[in-house]
Design a protein around this ligand. Structure first.
Ligand SMILES: *Cc1c(COP(=O)(O)O)cnc(C)c1O
Length: 393
Protein backbone atom coordinates (compact mmCIF):
# COMPACT_ATOMS: atom_id res chain seq x y z
CA UNK A 1 0.00 0.00 0.00
CA UNK A 2 0.94 3.66 -0.33
CA UNK A 3 2.46 4.98 2.84
CA UNK A 4 2.26 8.69 3.66
CA UNK A 5 5.01 9.81 6.02
CA UNK A 6 3.52 11.23 9.17
CA UNK A 7 5.30 12.62 12.20
CA UNK A 8 4.00 11.60 15.61
CA UNK A 9 7.02 13.02 17.40
CA UNK A 10 7.02 15.67 20.15
CA UNK A 11 9.14 17.95 17.97
CA UNK A 12 9.44 18.37 15.12
CA UNK A 13 5.67 18.17 14.78
CA UNK A 14 3.51 18.17 11.61
CA UNK A 15 3.63 21.44 9.69
CA UNK A 16 0.64 23.71 9.18
CA UNK A 17 0.17 24.20 5.40
CA UNK A 18 -0.68 27.92 5.79
CA UNK A 19 2.59 28.41 7.66
CA UNK A 20 4.53 26.64 4.91
CA UNK A 21 3.03 28.99 2.32
CA UNK A 22 3.87 32.02 4.48
CA UNK A 23 7.43 30.78 4.74
CA UNK A 24 7.78 30.42 0.99
CA UNK A 25 6.47 33.96 0.49
CA UNK A 26 8.72 35.58 3.09
CA UNK A 27 11.20 37.15 0.69
CA UNK A 28 11.66 40.33 2.69
CA UNK A 29 14.65 42.14 4.18
CA UNK A 30 14.83 42.42 7.94
CA UNK A 31 15.59 46.16 8.03
CA UNK A 32 12.45 47.30 6.24
CA UNK A 33 9.03 48.60 7.28
CA UNK A 34 7.51 45.36 5.95
CA UNK A 35 9.56 43.27 8.35
CA UNK A 36 9.03 45.65 11.26
CA UNK A 37 5.27 45.38 10.80
CA UNK A 38 5.48 41.57 10.71
CA UNK A 39 7.81 41.30 13.70
CA UNK A 40 5.82 43.70 15.85
CA UNK A 41 2.61 41.82 15.07
CA UNK A 42 4.11 38.40 15.79
CA UNK A 43 5.64 39.55 19.10
CA UNK A 44 2.25 40.88 20.20
CA UNK A 45 0.56 37.64 19.14
CA UNK A 46 3.10 35.59 21.07
CA UNK A 47 2.13 37.34 24.29
CA UNK A 48 -1.44 36.23 23.71
CA UNK A 49 -0.29 32.74 22.87
CA UNK A 50 1.84 32.42 25.99
CA UNK A 51 -0.91 34.15 27.98
CA UNK A 52 1.14 36.93 29.58
CA UNK A 53 1.51 40.69 29.72
CA UNK A 54 5.30 40.23 29.94
CA UNK A 55 7.59 40.90 27.01
CA UNK A 56 8.28 37.92 24.79
CA UNK A 57 11.60 37.76 22.93
CA UNK A 58 12.21 35.71 19.78
CA UNK A 59 15.60 34.08 19.22
CA UNK A 60 16.80 32.49 15.99
CA UNK A 61 17.85 29.21 17.54
CA UNK A 62 16.54 25.92 18.76
CA UNK A 63 14.80 25.75 22.11
CA UNK A 64 18.07 24.87 23.81
CA UNK A 65 19.43 28.27 22.75
CA UNK A 66 16.69 29.97 24.76
CA UNK A 67 17.42 27.64 27.69
CA UNK A 68 21.05 28.72 27.51
CA UNK A 69 20.02 32.39 27.20
CA UNK A 70 17.95 32.13 30.36
CA UNK A 71 21.00 30.82 32.23
CA UNK A 72 23.60 33.19 30.74
CA UNK A 73 21.38 36.26 31.23
CA UNK A 74 19.91 35.44 34.63
CA UNK A 75 22.79 33.92 36.59
CA UNK A 76 26.34 34.81 37.59
CA UNK A 77 29.19 32.36 38.21
CA UNK A 78 28.88 30.89 41.69
CA UNK A 79 25.11 31.49 41.93
CA UNK A 80 23.32 28.78 43.83
CA UNK A 81 20.54 27.36 41.66
CA UNK A 82 18.12 24.47 41.96
CA UNK A 83 17.42 22.11 39.06
CA UNK A 84 14.36 19.84 39.23
CA UNK A 85 14.83 16.93 36.92
CA UNK A 86 13.09 13.69 36.01
CA UNK A 87 14.28 13.06 32.48
CA UNK A 88 16.52 13.97 29.57
CA UNK A 89 15.49 17.61 29.36
CA UNK A 90 15.80 18.17 33.09
CA UNK A 91 19.36 16.89 32.80
CA UNK A 92 19.94 19.53 30.15
CA UNK A 93 19.24 22.21 32.77
CA UNK A 94 21.95 20.66 34.96
CA UNK A 95 24.38 20.68 32.05
CA UNK A 96 23.76 24.30 31.08
CA UNK A 97 23.79 25.73 34.62
CA UNK A 98 27.05 23.87 35.38
CA UNK A 99 28.58 25.11 32.11
CA UNK A 100 27.88 28.67 33.27
CA UNK A 101 29.55 28.14 36.61
CA UNK A 102 26.48 27.90 38.83
CA UNK A 103 26.56 25.99 42.09
CA UNK A 104 23.86 23.48 41.20
CA UNK A 105 21.58 21.71 43.68
CA UNK A 106 19.51 18.96 42.08
CA UNK A 107 16.24 17.32 42.98
CA UNK A 108 16.09 14.21 40.87
CA UNK A 109 13.03 12.01 40.48
CA UNK A 110 13.18 8.73 38.54
CA UNK A 111 12.25 8.78 34.86
CA UNK A 112 8.48 8.38 34.55
CA UNK A 113 7.68 10.23 37.76
CA UNK A 114 7.74 13.75 39.14
CA UNK A 115 9.12 15.28 42.34
CA UNK A 116 6.95 16.19 45.31
CA UNK A 117 6.60 19.76 46.55
CA UNK A 118 8.09 18.60 49.84
CA UNK A 119 11.25 17.53 48.02
CA UNK A 120 11.43 20.93 46.34
CA UNK A 121 10.87 22.71 49.64
CA UNK A 122 13.60 20.70 51.34
CA UNK A 123 16.11 21.51 48.60
CA UNK A 124 15.31 25.23 48.44
CA UNK A 125 17.94 27.35 50.20
CA UNK A 126 17.82 30.93 51.32
CA UNK A 127 20.57 31.61 48.75
CA UNK A 128 18.81 29.84 45.85
CA UNK A 129 18.81 32.38 43.03
CA UNK A 130 16.84 30.44 40.46
CA UNK A 131 14.83 27.25 40.04
CA UNK A 132 14.94 25.46 36.67
CA UNK A 133 12.32 22.93 35.60
CA UNK A 134 10.30 21.61 32.62
CA UNK A 135 6.55 22.18 32.37
CA UNK A 136 6.33 18.83 30.62
CA UNK A 137 9.27 16.42 30.38
CA UNK A 138 9.05 15.32 26.75
CA UNK A 139 11.36 12.34 27.26
CA UNK A 140 8.95 10.64 29.68
CA UNK A 141 5.54 12.21 28.92
CA UNK A 142 5.24 13.52 32.47
CA UNK A 143 3.78 16.90 33.49
CA UNK A 144 5.37 18.72 36.42
CA UNK A 145 3.32 20.85 38.83
CA UNK A 146 4.45 24.34 37.83
CA UNK A 147 1.57 26.03 39.65
CA UNK A 148 2.47 24.18 42.85
CA UNK A 149 6.16 25.07 42.55
CA UNK A 150 5.33 28.74 41.87
CA UNK A 151 3.04 28.87 44.90
CA UNK A 152 5.68 27.20 47.06
CA UNK A 153 8.31 29.78 46.06
CA UNK A 154 5.86 32.56 46.94
CA UNK A 155 4.94 30.98 50.27
CA UNK A 156 8.64 30.65 51.14
CA UNK A 157 9.26 34.29 50.17
CA UNK A 158 12.00 32.96 47.93
CA UNK A 159 14.02 35.33 45.80
CA UNK A 160 14.60 32.51 43.36
CA UNK A 161 13.42 33.12 39.81
CA UNK A 162 11.23 30.33 38.45
CA UNK A 163 12.55 29.48 34.98
CA UNK A 164 10.44 27.00 33.06
CA UNK A 165 11.26 25.10 29.89
CA UNK A 166 7.73 25.04 28.51
CA UNK A 167 8.91 23.96 25.08
CA UNK A 168 6.32 21.18 25.00
CA UNK A 169 4.19 22.65 27.81
CA UNK A 170 2.98 25.67 25.85
CA UNK A 171 -0.03 24.80 23.72
CA UNK A 172 -0.62 21.50 25.55
CA UNK A 173 -1.07 22.60 29.16
CA UNK A 174 -3.19 25.32 30.75
CA UNK A 175 -0.48 27.63 32.10
CA UNK A 176 -0.88 31.02 33.82
CA UNK A 177 2.45 32.83 33.80
CA UNK A 178 1.28 36.08 35.38
CA UNK A 179 -1.27 34.57 37.74
CA UNK A 180 1.16 32.02 39.15
CA UNK A 181 4.16 34.34 39.10
CA UNK A 182 6.41 32.36 36.76
CA UNK A 183 9.47 34.39 35.70
CA UNK A 184 10.43 32.71 32.45
CA UNK A 185 8.56 30.52 30.00
CA UNK A 186 10.50 29.16 27.04
CA UNK A 187 8.91 27.85 23.84
CA UNK A 188 10.18 26.41 20.57
CA UNK A 189 8.93 26.67 17.00
CA UNK A 190 8.88 22.95 16.12
CA UNK A 191 6.42 22.10 18.88
CA UNK A 192 2.89 23.46 19.45
CA UNK A 193 3.14 26.27 16.88
CA UNK A 194 3.38 23.80 13.99
CA UNK A 195 6.36 25.23 12.10
CA UNK A 196 9.88 23.89 11.44
CA UNK A 197 12.70 23.99 14.01
CA UNK A 198 14.84 27.12 14.27
CA UNK A 199 13.03 29.67 16.43
CA UNK A 200 12.75 29.90 20.17
CA UNK A 201 10.67 32.34 22.18
CA UNK A 202 11.05 33.38 25.75
CA UNK A 203 8.61 35.28 27.97
CA UNK A 204 10.31 37.21 30.77
CA UNK A 205 8.85 38.75 33.95
CA UNK A 206 9.76 42.20 35.27
CA UNK A 207 11.53 40.55 38.20
CA UNK A 208 13.74 38.68 35.76
CA UNK A 209 14.48 41.82 33.71
CA UNK A 210 15.52 43.50 36.96
CA UNK A 211 17.79 40.57 37.82
CA UNK A 212 19.57 40.96 34.48
CA UNK A 213 20.84 44.39 35.52
CA UNK A 214 23.18 42.72 38.02
CA UNK A 215 24.08 39.32 36.58
CA UNK A 216 27.41 38.96 34.78
CA UNK A 217 27.71 35.61 33.06
CA UNK A 218 29.10 36.08 29.53
CA UNK A 219 26.60 36.54 26.72
CA UNK A 220 26.76 38.06 23.27
CA UNK A 221 24.46 36.57 20.62
CA UNK A 222 21.84 35.67 23.22
CA UNK A 223 21.76 39.05 24.96
CA UNK A 224 18.12 39.37 25.98
CA UNK A 225 18.27 43.05 26.94
CA UNK A 226 19.74 43.89 23.55
CA UNK A 227 16.98 41.90 21.84
CA UNK A 228 14.35 43.66 23.93
CA UNK A 229 15.66 47.08 22.93
CA UNK A 230 15.62 46.12 19.27
CA UNK A 231 12.23 44.44 19.50
CA UNK A 232 10.73 47.71 20.76
CA UNK A 233 11.67 49.14 17.34
CA UNK A 234 10.29 46.14 15.48
CA UNK A 235 13.68 44.63 14.78
CA UNK A 236 16.00 41.94 16.03
CA UNK A 237 19.66 42.54 16.92
CA UNK A 238 20.99 40.36 14.10
CA UNK A 239 19.55 38.79 10.95
CA UNK A 240 16.62 36.75 12.23
CA UNK A 241 14.99 33.73 10.68
CA UNK A 242 12.60 35.86 8.63
CA UNK A 243 10.87 32.92 6.97
CA UNK A 244 10.13 31.23 10.28
CA UNK A 245 8.81 34.46 11.75
CA UNK A 246 6.40 34.75 8.81
CA UNK A 247 5.41 31.13 9.38
CA UNK A 248 4.86 31.78 13.07
CA UNK A 249 2.54 34.68 12.25
CA UNK A 250 0.46 32.43 9.99
CA UNK A 251 0.36 29.73 12.62
CA UNK A 252 -0.76 32.10 15.36
CA UNK A 253 -3.45 33.41 12.97
CA UNK A 254 -4.62 29.84 12.51
CA UNK A 255 -4.75 29.25 16.27
CA UNK A 256 -6.71 32.48 16.73
CA UNK A 257 -9.00 31.30 13.94
CA UNK A 258 -10.04 28.37 16.12
CA UNK A 259 -11.88 30.90 18.32
CA UNK A 260 -13.14 33.62 15.95
CA UNK A 261 -9.86 35.49 16.04
CA UNK A 262 -9.36 35.40 19.81
CA UNK A 263 -5.84 34.03 20.23
CA UNK A 264 -6.05 33.46 23.99
CA UNK A 265 -9.21 31.39 23.46
CA UNK A 266 -7.64 29.67 20.45
CA UNK A 267 -4.70 28.61 22.62
CA UNK A 268 -7.11 27.05 25.12
CA UNK A 269 -8.73 25.13 22.28
CA UNK A 270 -5.33 23.93 21.14
CA UNK A 271 -4.65 22.68 24.67
CA UNK A 272 -8.05 20.96 24.79
CA UNK A 273 -7.28 19.39 21.42
CA UNK A 274 -3.98 17.93 22.66
CA UNK A 275 -5.68 16.73 25.84
CA UNK A 276 -8.39 14.94 23.87
CA UNK A 277 -5.87 13.27 21.52
CA UNK A 278 -3.80 12.23 24.56
CA UNK A 279 -6.81 10.87 26.45
CA UNK A 280 -7.88 8.85 23.38
CA UNK A 281 -4.37 7.41 23.11
CA UNK A 282 -4.17 6.54 26.80
CA UNK A 283 -7.58 4.86 26.71
CA UNK A 284 -6.56 2.85 23.64
CA UNK A 285 -3.21 1.77 25.10
CA UNK A 286 -4.78 0.59 28.33
CA UNK A 287 -7.57 -1.24 26.49
CA UNK A 288 -4.89 -3.07 24.49
CA UNK A 289 -3.20 -4.13 27.72
CA UNK A 290 -0.26 -1.71 27.39
CA UNK A 291 1.00 0.25 30.39
CA UNK A 292 1.46 4.02 30.56
CA UNK A 293 4.72 5.45 31.86
CA UNK A 294 3.42 8.65 33.49
CA UNK A 295 1.68 8.53 36.86
CA UNK A 296 -2.10 9.15 36.85
CA UNK A 297 -2.90 12.85 36.95
CA UNK A 298 0.60 13.84 35.74
CA UNK A 299 0.35 12.73 32.12
CA UNK A 300 1.60 15.32 29.68
CA UNK A 301 -0.81 16.04 26.84
CA UNK A 302 2.21 16.83 24.65
CA UNK A 303 3.05 13.16 24.19
CA UNK A 304 2.03 9.83 25.62
CA UNK A 305 4.82 7.49 26.71
CA UNK A 306 3.73 3.86 26.47
CA UNK A 307 5.79 1.01 27.90
CA UNK A 308 6.54 -1.93 25.63
CA UNK A 309 5.25 -5.22 27.09
CA UNK A 310 7.71 -7.02 29.38
CA UNK A 311 10.44 -8.68 27.38
CA UNK A 312 9.69 -6.69 24.19
CA UNK A 313 12.10 -4.07 22.83
CA UNK A 314 10.11 -0.91 22.11
CA UNK A 315 12.26 -0.53 19.00
CA UNK A 316 10.18 -3.32 17.45
CA UNK A 317 7.08 -1.15 17.74
CA UNK A 318 8.86 2.02 16.56
CA UNK A 319 10.29 0.18 13.53
CA UNK A 320 7.01 -1.60 12.83
CA UNK A 321 5.08 1.68 12.67
CA UNK A 322 7.73 3.20 10.43
CA UNK A 323 8.16 0.32 8.00
CA UNK A 324 4.50 -0.64 7.67
CA UNK A 325 2.85 2.79 7.90
CA UNK A 326 5.63 5.43 7.62
CA UNK A 327 4.41 6.71 10.98
CA UNK A 328 7.29 8.20 12.94
CA UNK A 329 7.04 7.74 16.69
CA UNK A 330 9.99 8.04 19.04
CA UNK A 331 11.64 5.44 21.20
CA UNK A 332 12.57 6.21 24.79
CA UNK A 333 15.51 8.55 25.31
CA UNK A 334 18.54 7.92 27.47
CA UNK A 335 18.02 5.13 29.93
CA UNK A 336 14.49 4.49 28.61
CA UNK A 337 15.64 3.53 25.11
CA UNK A 338 14.17 0.14 24.24
CA UNK A 339 11.59 0.29 27.05
CA UNK A 340 8.97 2.73 25.79
CA UNK A 341 7.69 4.59 22.76
CA UNK A 342 6.11 8.03 22.56
CA UNK A 343 3.16 9.26 20.48
CA UNK A 344 2.84 13.04 20.23
CA UNK A 345 -0.31 15.16 20.37
CA UNK A 346 1.33 18.60 20.45
CA UNK A 347 0.32 21.01 17.70
CA UNK A 348 -1.32 20.03 14.44
CA UNK A 349 -2.86 16.67 15.36
CA UNK A 350 -6.54 15.87 15.16
CA UNK A 351 -9.06 13.08 15.66
CA UNK A 352 -8.18 11.46 12.32
CA UNK A 353 -4.46 11.35 13.11
CA UNK A 354 -5.13 9.88 16.52
CA UNK A 355 -7.47 7.15 15.29
CA UNK A 356 -4.99 6.34 12.51
CA UNK A 357 -2.01 5.88 14.82
CA UNK A 358 -4.07 3.71 17.17
CA UNK A 359 -5.23 1.57 14.25
CA UNK A 360 -1.63 1.25 13.05
CA UNK A 361 -0.48 0.34 16.55
CA UNK A 362 -3.07 -2.45 16.62
CA UNK A 363 -1.73 -3.76 13.31
CA UNK A 364 1.84 -3.75 14.62
CA UNK A 365 0.78 -5.41 17.87
CA UNK A 366 -0.73 -8.33 15.96
CA UNK A 367 1.98 -8.55 13.28
CA UNK A 368 4.81 -8.43 15.84
CA UNK A 369 2.93 -10.84 18.11
CA UNK A 370 3.29 -8.56 21.11
CA UNK A 371 2.62 -10.54 24.29
CA UNK A 372 -0.73 -8.88 25.06
CA UNK A 373 -3.14 -11.50 26.38
CA UNK A 374 -6.79 -10.77 25.54
CA UNK A 375 -5.87 -8.24 22.87
CA UNK A 376 -7.68 -8.43 19.56
CA UNK A 377 -8.28 -5.99 16.71
CA UNK A 378 -10.49 -3.09 17.65
CA UNK A 379 -10.03 -3.03 21.40
CA UNK A 380 -7.88 0.09 21.38
CA UNK A 381 -9.99 1.78 18.71
CA UNK A 382 -13.23 1.14 20.57
CA UNK A 383 -11.82 2.71 23.74
CA UNK A 384 -10.59 5.75 21.79
CA UNK A 385 -13.93 6.12 19.98
CA UNK A 386 -15.86 6.05 23.23
CA UNK A 387 -13.51 8.51 24.87
CA UNK A 388 -13.90 10.90 21.94
CA UNK A 389 -17.69 10.60 21.84
CA UNK A 390 -17.93 11.31 25.55
CA UNK A 391 -15.39 14.11 25.89
CA UNK A 392 -14.52 15.96 22.70
CA UNK A 393 -15.87 19.47 22.37
C1 LIG B 1 12.31 19.79 22.18
C2 LIG B 1 12.62 20.14 23.57
C3 LIG B 1 13.75 20.90 23.91
C4 LIG B 1 14.86 21.21 22.96
O1 LIG B 1 14.55 21.99 21.93
P1 LIG B 1 15.60 22.07 20.71
O2 LIG B 1 14.87 22.93 19.75
O3 LIG B 1 15.84 20.67 20.25
O4 LIG B 1 16.83 22.71 21.22
C5 LIG B 1 13.93 21.26 25.22
N1 LIG B 1 13.05 20.91 26.17
C6 LIG B 1 11.95 20.18 25.89
C7 LIG B 1 11.03 19.84 27.01
C8 LIG B 1 11.71 19.77 24.59
O5 LIG B 1 10.63 19.02 24.32
Amino acid sequence: MIRKTRLFTPGPTPLLPAAQFAMAAADIHHRTPEFRALYTRVLAQLKEFVGTKNDVIILSSGGTGAMEASVSNLTSPGDRVLVLTAGKFGERWSGITKAFGCHVDVVEAPYGSTFTLDQVKAALKLETRAVFVQATESSTGVRHDIEGIAKLLKAENSEALLIVDAITGLGTTHLDMDGWGVDVFIGGSQKAVMIPPGLAYIAISQRAWDRMEATYNPRYYFDLRKERKNAAKGESAYTPSVALIAALGASLDYIAGQAEGNLAEGRKKLVDNAETCAAMTRAAAEAMGLKLFAPKGYEAAAATAILAPEGTDSGVIVKGLKSKFAAIVTDGQGEMKGSLFRIAHIGFFDYMDTIAIIGALEQVAIAAKLPLPNFEFGKGLIAAQKLFAAHAK
